[in-house]
Design a protein around this ligand. Structure first.
Ligand SMILES: Nc1ncnc2c1ncn2[C@@H]1O[C@H](COP(=O)(O)OP(=O)(O)O)[C@@H](O)[C@H]1O
Ligand SMILES: [Mg+2]
Length: 352
């Protein structure tokens, strides 16, 4: 009722003022909001810059890390390569050592074999010189008959000298054959003779190194085995290693028991016939010793390269692994049978 009492003029003024106030407040709030927006964008920009800077920093750090790691890795790789080449060299040296050890033994054995024919040659030469003196005397005295008898004896002596000279030559040839490292060729060989020869040589080599060493050697050859085709020096080195291991085993047992123990090494050969045809199929060469045998814990490791239970300098652990490879290359088998504390028996099977 009071409003109605106000003049129209005032009412217009009041209305306009209200509108102005409303408009002004609208403008103010608009400006404020715009400024806020502006500030927000500014802040965002700063934040973005900051983030960008941090990212760059992190990138640089990462890059440095990667570079460092790469350098470390390539250094490690170099070191590994060095270690590998060193290992390869050591392995080659060990294989050579094993070969040289068996060669040394062979040489000792062969020297012993040569000594015998050489003694004959020397003795017969000396006797022949004396005979020539006697012949000279006889001729001076005109004892023709005597001179002729002496001449016959002389001829006989010279024949013996040639015979023993040839024997020595044969032994040297055999030795040279063994030292040749070129890939061995297969030859038709009397396996009994080869095995028996290597047994003698190894036994001699072992007793040369250890003067107190004695062992009973038993052999049982199957005479029905003829010649078979093998690489003689390869099979020889397998036999050498088996005999060596056997002699070592019995010697160790003897050293530890030093009582009534009788070291014995047995070499047996056998022709295995095919049940179907009755013909010889394979040849078995068995080397058995009554040493300490091999414990069940290690028996499946003995063919691994470098496995040895011998003290440093006495074994390379390569003998059986090389032997295994040689027998495999011949299409054969190398087997072991053992009872701890009692015996070991290695069997080579070769196809005919
Ligand atoms: N006749 C054996 N009696 C007992 N142990 C044996 C015999 N032969 C081989 N071994 C065992 O097998 C191992 C490996 O033999 P081998 O390869 O010939 O290497 P190495 O003779 O250099 O030790 C030997 O160290 C030994 O422990
Ligand atoms: Mg050995």
């Amino acid at each position: 009722m009071y409003l109605i009492a106000i003049d129209l003029e005032y009412r217009v003024i009041i209305g306009i003022s209200g509108m102005v106030i409303l408009f002004a407040s609208f403008i103010i709030s608009f400006v404020i909001s715009q400024r806020k927006k502006l500030q927000y964008h500014k802040d965002l920009h700063v934040l973005h810059d900051e983030q960008q800077r941090m990212l760059t920093e992190q990138n640089e750090l990462l890059e440095k890390g990667v570079q460092q790691r790469t350098a470390e890795l390539s250094k490690q790789k170099e070191e590994l390569e060095k270690t590998i080449s060193h290992l390869k060299l050591t392995q080659a040296q060990l294989v050579q050592a094993e070969k040289m050890a068996s060669l040394g033994q062979l040489t000792a054995g062969i020297a012993h074999e040569i000594q015998n024919p050489l003694n004959f040659v020397n003795n017969f030469s000396e006797v022949s010189t004396e005979l020539l003196d006697e012949m000279e005397e006889a001729l001076k005295k005109d004892h023709k008959e005597e001179a002729i008898t002496i001449a016959t004896d002389l001829k006989d002596n010279l024949r013996k000298i040639t015979h023993h000279g040839k024997r020595a030559e044969g032994i040297v040839k055999g030795m040279l054959r063994h030292t040749q490292t070129s890939a061995g060729k297969k030859e038709l060989i009397r396996i009994n003779a080869l095995a028996s020869e290597y047994l003698k040589i190894t036994h001699y080599g072992v007793s040369l190194k250890d003067k107190t060493f004695t062992a009973v050697i038993e052999t049982d050859f199957d005479e029905s085995i003829g010649k078979i085709e093998v690489v003689p020096q390869d099979i020889g080195s397998v036999l050498l290693n088996l005999f060596n291991n056997a002699f070592y085993a019995v010697n160790e047992k003897k050293r530890q028991l030093n009582g009534s123990f009788q070291p014995t090494v047995t070499l047996t050969t056998r022709l295995n016939k095919s049940p179907a045809t009755g013909e010889g199929e394979t040849v078995a060469i068995i080397v058995r010793d009554n040493g300490f045998g091999i414990s069940s814990k290690v028996v499946n490791k003995i063919f691994q390269p470098f496995f040895t239970t011998k003290p440093a300098g006495q074994g390379t652990g390569l003998g059986l692994s090389l032997s295994y490879d040689i027998i495999k290359a011949h299409g054969g088998e190398l087997n072991v049978e053992t009872k701890e504390g009692e015996y070991s028996s290695f069997e080579i099977i070769l196809p005919i």
